[in-house]
Design a protein around this ligand. Sequence first.
Ligand SMILES: [Zn+2]
Length: 258
Amino acid sequence: MNVEEFNSETDSDYSSYWRDWFISSRGHEYFCEIDEEYLTDRFNLTGLNTEVQYYQYALDLVTDVFDFECNDDMREQIEKSARHLYGLVHARYIITTRGLQKMLEKYKKCDFGRCPRVLCSGQPLLPIGLSDLPNVKSVKLYCGRCEDVYVPKSSRHAVIDGAYFGASFPHILFQVYPQLIPQKSTERHIPRCFGFKVHASAALIRWQEQQRVAQRRRLIEAGVEVPTPEEAERMQDSDDGEEEEVDPAEVEEKQPSW
Ligand SMILES: [Zn+2]
């Protein structure tokens, strides 16, 4: 096959929806499809022309209007730039109303996996970047229940640039959809050897638990209504969501006795 034939063949492939191909490729499961209108509004792409090599060709490729005769090496470079451009625009797009909706659908389907922490009971995860700058850190997964971040299981996902999702995405999603904030997990694993609490870790957990109870008492004294974890769970389960008055004496009783 000569180069011309090869080019014309790939041209026809690209003309049929580059973005479809991109999001359906293996390893790209975390990405959602960016709307055509968003991509074609130059305002949304401000500053990216200096960030992406062959910016105009890359943009043409992403928006299916690529029409440039070039050799394979050049084509590969442009293809690489197009993927980088898509990722950078993606980080901006997923915090728009429409982008949040698309990512929410993926979250509901557990497209980003579930928290590996046993006490999080399979809480679905959300992708997060530890930096908004490209080429700094790869994408991680955030659990809204234990509020910790994890490395994706698949190596295909683990190499994706975190900047394609951004450091604020999960928090913006929970701000826009507060009803989706998972019940915080106060349940802790207590290390034990044959039933006896392991000394150092047990002491730390005991101290943390005391701090939590003390903080709770301070909040109640300051007039802030603080439901017990059990009450909070009941409130979330019941539809009326009516809060009960917390009796400080009751809280006193709930203190660990050790
Ligand atoms: Zn978790």
